[in-house]
Design a protein around this ligand. Structure first.
Ligand code: GLN
Length: 248
């Protein structure tokens, strides 16, 4: 009899643990999923996840009176994780698109971006029109990939932007399409071998992802974002990471 009770207790405990693991936790923690492969919005500095999104997340968490807990996972997993409520939010330079709005919640926008083209410095590709018939790499599950698919280019998708640009410098693809600020950050690490073309392929806005219908959290974050904007804190963060920003 004792054994049965012990077993039942053990089972109950493990079920509780499982239910608690990785889920949107207690009220004092804001769990955030990101993909730290997207400089200067989120990237690794040693073991530490840093970047503009991280600073914004910390400032929001502070306003909400919560402790921020960041998990670094693949970009598509970060989106799914927030959409299903495994994490409270995904903050990862995520473009709020109509398609994504079907199954995830979004806060107000906090940054304007576009897709940009990276090519080798000596490339014959000088504009988007020259991409016709070329092979282009991008990051999987992103709006850059969607743009390439919609326009029927030959696409090679990679888990990270860094791998997408490695494919370019290795001569495996003719160009990379990725978010403009990230294109600049990644290209600047290639010793002048690559350039970012001065042409915006899309117009996009970054927002924070939550579970669809989590209006309470969305409302709280929107309030925090508005305050951070009014206080000049957002502008300060973007300036720190040399990100162009129009405070309107
Ligand atoms: N802004 C792009 C998107 O939402 C890319 C984001 C990313 O790769 N982190 O798809």
């Amino acid at each position: 009899m004792k054994k049965v009770i012990a077993l039942t207790l053990a089972l109950m405990l493990s079920v509780c643990c499982l239910a608690g693991c990785g889920s949107a936790k207690d009220d004092n923690t804001l769990t955030m999923a990101t993909n730290a492969e997207f400089p200067p919005f989120e990237y690794l500095e040693g073991e530490e996840i840093v970047g503009a999104d991280v600073d914004i997340a910390k400032a929001i968490a502070e306003k909400l009176g919560k402790t921020l807990e960041i998990t670094n996972i693949d970009f598509d997993a970060a989106l799914t994780g927030a959409a299903t409520g495994k994490y409270d939010v995904a903050i990862a330079g995520v473009t709020a698109t109509d398609e994504r709005r079907q199954n995830m919640g979004f806060t107000d926008d906090y940054y304007t971006a576009s897709q940009a083209i990276i090519v080798m410095a000596d490339s014959e590709i000088k504009a988007a029109a020259d991409l016709e018939g070329k092979t282009v790499s991008c990051q999987e599950g992103t709006t850059g990939e969607q743009f390439l698919l919609d326009n029927e280019y030959a696409v090679q998708s990679f888990k990270t932007g860094a791998e997408a640009i490695s494919a370019l410098t290795a001569g495996k693809v003719d160009a990379v399409v990725i978010d403009n600020a990230v294109a600049k950050a990644l290209s600047s690490k290639q010793d002048g071998k690559t350039v970012v073309l001065d042409e915006a392929l899309t117009e996009e806005a970054y927002a924070i992802v939550t579970k669809l219908g989590n209006d309470e959290l969305i409302g709280e974050i929107n309030k925090a974002l508005a305050e951070l904007k009014a206080e000049g804190k957002l502008a300060e963060i973007f300036e720190k990471y040399e990100l162009p920003y129009d405070a309107e």
